[in-house]
Write a new protein. Structure first.
Ligand code: NAD
Ligand code: 6OD
Length: 486
């Protein structure tokens, strides 16, 4: 990245704006640089550029040409792989190995996946004989919506941004992206890669800033935005839905979760322990799919809690580039304080702290960072706030259960409905109860294993719509049905 002042990318040019805000390292609290904050003028300019691109060269690209462009973008990310890793690590404090194997790798994969899907995408064709004996036929045509607003969160910055940018561009839309104020760096690098790949001016625009009464809200309220795709907190989703309703725009929401892991006594015990450690503490618990509620069949409950405790206490917390590090900092002091607030609430609600519950002490500059200990609770009642609200940190609560019906009822007793992880050797039972969970996704004997052709999304407060595979092509397209009476 060329400078520590991160700028917007509008109409094919990097532009500054007067107001800026600091980008702060969550590892040690030092300032990494300044970021331009987009005002109404910059957001309007970005939307205008996006709209104009639809009637310029970008609007004339064929699906194959768009697919070729996505492949060039993927090549560009691969060429600058280490720069993207450094950007994600600097903004988030995550382990370098995670940024390599998950975040940036998925950035490349997202572009390549949707290049392939759009190259193969066809339409639908139907024939029908009418009452008077005419044979009519109908076919569908996919067209872009036009201008798509993409608002993304800080927890998996590049993965989640490209999960939306790739299909939106694949379908011929122009995009205006607004990444989280906490993670501006990889989005800015992506703009540099887009520029180098020759993306037509206005097809991809980037504005930095905050949400309410800032770039995010200015974008969702702009009447020339044709569709909005958002990933973030459920209550933010409600705010954006209200803003989107002004113009009746298509929306796609990937929101919060309070996900369960369900461990049966017949499971592969070691695999289940390792799996729940991953699903509870990956990315310091800052993954929407993380298991904050763990239900363990009573015969193995005590043994499982002891094994999970030992595993959590063996996790190495430290610098992103430390050998063997498993967990980094949280994203910010503000978020850490929110998580510590739930640690305090858990005490008040009667939790037993099996391990963790506080802040690790390093005796160096990391004590200025946003670190939290991996934490395990037991003993909370199902109606405790810590069992119903998303903490979004390195913490899970473990409770025993006695029957399939009981655990299905308890898992479904939530305002959210994103994902469930199930650990059992009895696959007949796995098939039978997976469909009973009111969630968007169930993983059996694994977690966060992704086939990008499958629909991804949540029920209830966890989201609206599905993206992934043809579901993304459907969301990012306006479909016209043509009926011909020859
Ligand atoms: N379901 C999923 O796939 C998924 C994936 C990742 C994260 N999440 C959820 O995201 C949350 C963590 O991310 P976060 O803290 O960045 O979420 P957030 O809702 O605070 O912010 C997300 C984005 O929305 C912007 N924003 C905030 N208020 C806005 C408004 N009124 N109008 C327009 N834009 C606005 C922010 O600037 C940011 O870019 C968690 O709840 C997590 O579960 C869900
Ligand atoms: N949307 C995806 C992951 C979401 C993770 C939530 O933090 C994906 O894997 O495509």
């Amino acid at each position: 990245m060329s400078s520590t002042l991160l700028r917007h990318y509008i109409a094919g040019e990097f532009v500054s704006s007067e107001r800026t805000f600091a980008n702060v390292s969550p590892v040690d609290g030092r300032e990494l640089g300044q970021v331009c904050e987009a005002g109404q003028a910059q957001v309007n300019a970005a939307v205008e550029a996006a709209k104009a691109a639809q009637s310029g060269p970008w609007g004339g690209f064929s699906a194959a040409q768009r697919a070729d462009l996505l492949e060039r973008i993927a090549d560009g990310i691969e060429r600058r792989f280490d720069d993207f890793v450094a950007a994600e690590v600097a903004d988030t404090g995550r382990p370098v190995h995670q940024a390599r194997s998950l975040d940036v790798a998925r950035g490349v994969q997202n572009f390549r996946t949707f290049a392939g899907l759009v190259r193969q995408a066809g339409g639908e064709f139907f024939e029908m004989r009418t009452g008077d004996g005419s044979d009519v036929f109908s076919y569908t045509v996919r067209k872009p919506h036009g201008v798509v607003a993409i608002i993304s969160p800080w927890n998996l910055p590049l993965l989640l941004l490209t999960w939306k940018v790739a299909p939106a561009l694949a379908c011929g839309n122009s995009v205006v992206v607004k990444p989280s104020e906490d993670t501006p760096s990889s989005a800015t690098l992506l703009a540099e890669v887009m520029h180098e790949a020759g993306v037509p001016a206005g097809a991809f625009n980037l504005v930095h800033g905050f949400g309410p009464d800032s770039a995010g809200e200015f974008l969702t309220r702009n009447a020339d935005v044709d569709a909005i795709t958002f990933t973030g907190e459920s209550r933010t989703g409600s705010s954006i839905m209200r803003a989107a309703a002004e113009g009746v725009r298509d929306v796609s929401f990937e929101l919060g979760g309070k996900n369960a892991a369900v461990v049966f006594a017949d499971c592969d015990f070691d695999a289940a322990v390792a799996g729940v450690l991953r699903s509870s503490f990956t990315n310091s618990g800052q993954v929407c799919l993380c298991s904050e509620r763990v239900y363990v069949e009573r015969p193995i409950f005590e043994r499982f809690v002891a094994a999970l405790k030992a595993g959590a206490e063996a996790l190495k917390i430290g610098y992103p580039d430390e050998d063997g590090v498993n967990m980094g900092s949280l994203i910010s002091h503000k978020h850490r304080d929110k998580v510590l607030g739930y640690f305090e609430l858990a005490h008040q609600e009667g939790a037993t702290v099996v391990t963790g519950g506080g802040v690790p002490r390093f005796g160096d500059e990391r004590d200025n960072g946003a670190y939290v200990q991996p934490t395990i609770w037991t003993g909370l009642s199902d109606d405790a706030r810590c069992m119903r609200e998303e903490v979004f940190g390195p913490v899970c609560h473990v409770a025993p259960f006695d029957s399939d019906d009981e655990v299905v009822r308890r898992v479904n007793d939530s305002a959210y409905g994103l994902a469930t992880a199930l650990w059992t050797r009895n696959l007949g039972r796995a098939h039978r109860i997976s469909r009973q969970f009111r969630v968007g996704m169930v993983w059996v004997n694994t977690w966060f294993l992704r086939d990008l052709r499958t629909p991804f999304g949540g029920a209830r407060l966890s989201g609206l719509g599905r993206e992934g595979g043809r579901h993304s092509l459907d969301f990012y397209s306006e479909i016209t049905t043509v009926c011909v009476n020859p």
